[in-house]
Ligand binder design. Structure first.
Ligand code: HEM
Length: 144
């Protein structure tokens, strides 16, 4: 994958001081816009979940230059998501929400280049997670 590593790292550094608020806003926005996705978190301890998401984002950013680490971590994370009820069709919803959240926190520093950098990064993340998840033909057809 050819990602704009510098831009991704830089923008993540910028949101780091507000990282906890960032993940809170992410889930609030996701749940408001996509109640179906929200229902998957009905029994989730959201305080813990926010930390887990933040840790996953940190892991991704820290390993952008180590594709072997990133590939196996994200395939493993994707495999776990089958048990959470996550379907392939949910991935774009999370991607759109993540980008909206970045846009909100970066304000005037949000640029079309950053938007592209994060869209490419999310596509690569989601592709690896879905690779690890080996969904059935039926689940994949549901998304078409
Ligand atoms: C970039 C994409 C994603 C990342 C980085 C991510 C990250 C994570 C992490 C780190 C966990 C905790 C795993 C653990 O406990 O070991 C988790 C759990 C979960 N994720 Fe995701 N996730 C992603 C996409 C999605 C999508 C698309 C959905 C569907 C809406 C989703 C729904 C869930 C649910 C329901 C759980 C389980 C919560 C619980 O423990 O009750 N995730 N995710």
């Amino acid at each position: 994958m050819s990602l704009n590593v510098e831009l991704l790292e830089q923008s993540f550094e910028q949101i780091k001081p507000s990282a906890n608020e960032f993940v809170s806003t992410f889930y609030t926005t996701l749940f408001e816009n996509y109640p179906d996705a929200a229902s998957l978190f009905a029994n989730t301890d959201m305080a813990k979940q926010k930390k887990k998401l933040l840790n996953a984002l940190v892991l991704v950013i820290q390993n952008l230059r180590k594709p072997e680490v990133l590939n196996s971590a994200l395939r493993g994370l994707g495999a776990k998501h089958i048990a959470y009820g996550t379907l392939p069709e949910h991935y774009p919803l999370v991607g759109i929400t993540l980008i909206k959240t970045f846009e909100f926190y970066l304000g005037k520093d949000w640029t079309p280049e950053l938007q592209q950098a994060w869209a490419d990064a999310y596509d690569a993340i989601a592709a690896l997670m879905l690779e690890g998840a080996s969904y059935s033909e039926e689940a994949i057809k549901l998304t078409l």
